[in-house]
Design a protein around this ligand. Structure first.
Ligand code: SF4
Length: 458
């Protein structure tokens, strides 16, 4: 294979952004700078598929051992437009414009996630999620900085208490990739922070004092940017609070840096279950062998993995794109959980779709694929109103005794609505007998009721 070389080392060894990896030192002898290959015109050198195009072209000489080291990936994130031009063709004018955009909305993308982009396709669905666009600024007046009004429900710094039984811990604003559609884009300008020990103690004290809290969601930024020991300290303290039943982790690492989901992390999480992990795949091309292996490691450690995707214009806003995504998720045993309407965040308007698009997508999936593959489409209401599910309307008319319904094919059915109970309610002891028996009905019911052993009873 013929290749020519370019020097990318200096561009990729950025240290400008604060890193929260306590053990993120630069002295690992295994670690090599990213590869020195340049873009080649030789058609023989094209990879078989579009995915991994950039790894093939630019990181081909990085040994797998280094490429799969998540700390190397994290440290070598592309954060400047000058670096980006090594991988993605950008005119001088585009570069100048993107520099302006990144002054307001910074850029960060891991070599791994970058490698999934087809650099020759300006409409690549992964590129649109990770690479800045001038429309972030030109449409930047639309929307709000904090549309969900999270500040209003912040009870101590980093702890949002909106619903009675749940709290959200925001431990850091650092993420491996800065997604262009992020709801917390407002945090990016703050330069990378991690909650101090005193702030964490205040959050833990609040949770301890509020016995209604049974569900703690650890989010960010991305909480898995913290080192595993740091994360273990916080998770173990939460698990020590008796009224907390479940812990949830919101993370995009399985998608943008799956190497982070290593055995050390999985073994640690396995100790503090039940822990549920919600991740964020938006396109089927993100479901790579590496991402599938990361989800598999989590599942084998007893951590269920759900997916919360965001509906994004030009990325996944069709029935086909969502069906492919959800089928791909089921194949790796990840449950499609939510499809979010993209929040009204400043700098994301170009990625938002009309609400009808989401409803049409759900309608186009219902009946054509398993219900297991269909996420719940939700709007997270502004001003902290919470999530509202939206469904196609299948009820055409309703009277007291009947509903007129349409099915997924548009055929119309009449359904008798049993508005009043057919029988008086049975006493509880009759609902789960030791064996089949004929029991006496209440006096007013003259029809003998045959009660069978139910599979739910055994
Ligand atoms: S990983 Fe989540 S929190 Fe981080 S930038 Fe992406 S959407 Fe925002």
């Amino acid at each position: 294979m013929k290749t020519s070389s370019v020097k990318l080392k200096s561009q990729l060894r950025h240290e400008s952004e604060k890193c929260c990896l306590e053990s993120c030192s630069n002295d690992d002898p295994e670690e090599e700078p990213p590869g020195k290959r340049s873009m080649s015109d030789d058609p023989e050198e094209e990879p078989p598929g579009k995915a991994a195009a950039i790894r093939y072209r630019f990181f081909g000489d990085i040994p797998d051992g280094v490429w799969n080291n998540w700390k190397w990936q994290f440290r070598n994130r592309v954060t400047r437009v000058e670096q980006l031009t090594q991988f993605i063709p950008l005119s001088a004018e585009e570069q100048a414009q993107l520099r302006l955009v990144t002054m307001r909305y910074p850029l960060a993308v891991t070599p791994y996630y970058l490698s999934l982009i087809n650099p020759d396709d300006p409409d690549d669905p992964i590129r649109k999620q990770a690479i800045p666009s001038t429309v972030e600024m030109t449409m930047g007046s639309m929307g709000a900085e904090d549309p969900l009004d999270e500040k209003k429900d912040t009870v101590v710094p980093g702890l949002i208490h909106r619903y009675p039984d749940r709290v959200l811990l925001v431990l850091t604003d650092i993420c491996p990739v800065l997604c262009r559609h992020c709801t917390r884009k407002r945090e990016w300008r703050n330069g990378g922070w991690v909650r101090s020990p005193a702030e964490v103690e205040a959050m833990l004290a609040y949770i301890s004092q509020h016995k209604a809290i049974r569900d703690v969601i650890i989010s960010g930024g991305d909480p898995l940017t913290l080192s595993t020991p740091h994360l273990e300290y916080i998770i173990s303290r939460i698990r020590g609070i008796k009224h907390v039943e479940i812990i949830r982790i919101g993370t995009r690492f399985p998608v943008v840096l799956p190497q982070r989901i290593d055995n050390e992390l999985c073994s640690m999480l396995a100790k503090y279950g039940p822990i549920w992990l919600n991740t964020h795949f938006n396109h089927v091309r993100e479901i790579t062998p590496e991402a599938a292996a990361a989800c598999d490691r989590l599942l084998r450690s007893g951590i269920p993995v759900n997916n919360q995707s965001v509906l994004l214009r030009g990325i996944n806003d069709s029935v086909e794109a969502q069906t492919e995504l959800c089928h791909g998720l089921l194949k790796i045993k990840v449950r499609p959980y939510y499809l979010f309407q993209c929040d009204e965040v400043q700098g994301t308007e170009h990625l938002r779709t009309p609400v009808e698009v989401g409803i049409k997508i759900i309608e186009g999936m219902r009946g054509h694929t398993s219900g297991l593959a269909i996420p719940t489409f939700v709007i997270d209401l502004p001003q902290g109103g919470g999530k509202v599910p939206l469904q196609p309307d299948y009820v055409l008319a309703q009277t007291e005794g009947e509903l007129m319904l349409r099915n997924y094919e548009g055929r119309i059915f009449h359904y008798r609505n049993p508005a009043k109970p057919a029988y008086p309610e049975l006493p509880a002891e009759m609902l789960c007998p030791a064996s089949s028996a004929t029991v006496s009905p209440p006096q007013e019911n003259r029809v003998p009721v045959r009660v069978r052993r139910s599979s739910k009873c055994v």
